[in-house]
Design a binder for this molecule. Structure first.
Ligand code: FES
Length: 73
């Protein structure tokens, strides 16, 4: 089973865990979920209004047809 979830964040969220600052992934691309691994840098030059997906090698692809109803975080 697979699902598509639309994410628009390009950066992590800082949280304090046990008195230590941690960075949580908000882009969905980290291989170390829920923590940021820097993969969000792949999204920094995404163009507004376009829909992309990333394969397991971190390569970006553009969806040819929109999925306008995908839930956004
Ligand atoms: S926010 Fe997802 S990898 Fe950094």
């Amino acid at each position: 089973m697979a699902r598509l979830v639309k994410r628009t964040a390009h950066d992590p969220a800082a949280v304090m865990i046990d008195g230590k600052e941690q960075w949580l992934c908000r882009c969905g691309l980290s291989q170390n979920q829920p923590f940021c691994d820097g993969s969000h840098k792949l999204t920094l030059d995404e163009e507004p209004g376009r829909l992309y997906w990333y394969d397991e090698d971190g390569e970006r692809h553009e969806a040819s047809s929109g999925f306008a109803d995908i839930r956004t975080y």
